[in-house]
Design a protein around this ligand. Structure first.
Ligand code: SF4
Length: 352
């Protein structure tokens, strides 16, 4: 896949853009000034594989909690700020790595300049984030939340920062409509070479939200568009991280960990394949090296269909066969299949 060349910005120890790996972001849904709860959630997100975490900073009371949070976690942190430049300055002072703010909403040029200068002096980048629900009045009334209007809105904010010689920018232009989101990002990637933060917004609950995100974010990634992403779900943010990583793996942009290939089952299936594949997945969840594992319902098609797999199992009648690199290794009773496959893989993991 040819990824579009973009500029590069730094967010703490992460780089966004260029040929850097696409980072996965999420946002805490704790009250940010509940420092213990926020730190616990940041830790949970980090354990799930999150690269960058964003926190809402709606008021001064929240801003006062930022230094304490910064001191007690290592992940790159983004402060999400609407309108109030003083909160942005507080986040920079607290050592946050990126601010999400739309400069056109800050007000007087001098206030925007204070924010841009503080960010520049401290190596802090800025994400301009335009959503279909919060377009400027003139664009909303004249054209509505079209992909073109989303891009025009983002570019207005970009121009404000560029006029102040600030270019450590990334951009998001999210719509709750998948097709509009994809069209907007495609347009934006032609209009600018700033790195793009991908996402479909307000996608709903986990199941449909992941499907909308996979369709939207996945389409763009396949086009080579996007340098970082967030899957937005009305759910535990850990689910967002898991979904983001899964989307990257599905399109081949992350390789680490196990990729499970399993068949849909059919009238030839004579083992409880659904239970077996869940067991295999759970047993192998901590394997970090790239590994393709096939879990197939029958031996007729199993090893053949999964020839590309490193390891696999194929069900028979009350038993199954394990295979490695497409070759059968041995037969195993059905109730031991998942564990035996796990043991076979772990022998190699441990170099036995
Ligand atoms: Fe059916 Fe076998 Fe194909 Fe699974 S691998 S869907 S059991 S034919």
């Amino acid at each position: 896949m040819n990824r579009k060349k973009t500029r590069i910005i730094r967010v703490g120890d992460q780089f966004i853009g260029g040929a850097y790996p696409i980072s996965v972001q999420s946002m805490c849904n704790t009250k940010t000034d509940d420092v213990d709860a926020t730190l616990a959630q940041i830790q949970a997100l980090q354990s799930a594989g999150c690269d960058i975490v964003r926190l809402a900073v709606p008021d001064e009371k929240t801003a006062r909690a930022l230094p304490d949070i910064r001191r007690n976690c290592k992940l790159p942190l983004v402060a999400d700020i609407h309108f109030d430049y003083k909160l942005a300055l507080a986040a920079v002072e607290a050592g946050f790595d990126k601010i999400r703010i739309n400069p056109g909403n800050i007000g007087a040029r001098e206030k925007v300049k204070l924010v841009a200068d503080a960010c520049k002096a401290n190596g802090v980048s800025i994400r301009i984030g335009v959503n279909s629900g919060s377009l400027e009045k003139d664009l909303r009334e004249q054209v509505g939340p079209t992909p073109e209007a989303l891009c025009e809105s983002a570019m207005r904010h970009v121009r404000i920062l560029e006029d102040l010689n600030f270019e450590d920018i990334c951009i998001s232009i999210k719509s709750s409509n998948v097709a509009d989101t994809v069209a907007a990002y495609r347009l934006m990637s032609v209009m600018t070479d700033y790195p793009l933060h991908l996402g479909v917004t307000e996608t709903g609950t986990t199941y449909m939200g992941i499907i909308k995100s996979a369709a939207g974010i996945g389409s763009l990634l396949m086009d080579g568009i996007g340098s970082t992403l967030r899957v937005s779900l009305t759910a535990d943010p850990v689910e967002e991280v898991r979904a983001g990583i899964a989307i990257l793996k599905a399109v081949g942009l992350r390789q680490e960990g196990v990729n499970i290939i399993s068949c849909p089952t059919c009238g030839r299936t004579n083992i409880d394949l659904i239970q077996t594949v869940h067991k295999v997945e759970a047993l192998l969840k901590d394997v970090k090296r790239p590994l393709t594992v096939a879990v197939m319902g029958c031996a007729v098609n199993g090893p053949g269909e999964a020839r590309e797999a490193d390891y696999g199992l194929a069900g028979g009648n009350g038993e199954g066969v394990l295979f490695k690199d497409g070759e059968i290794v041995r037969k195993v009773p059905e109730d031991r299949l998942a564990e035996a496959l796990y043991e076979l893989i772990m022998q190699e993991e441990k170099g036995v």
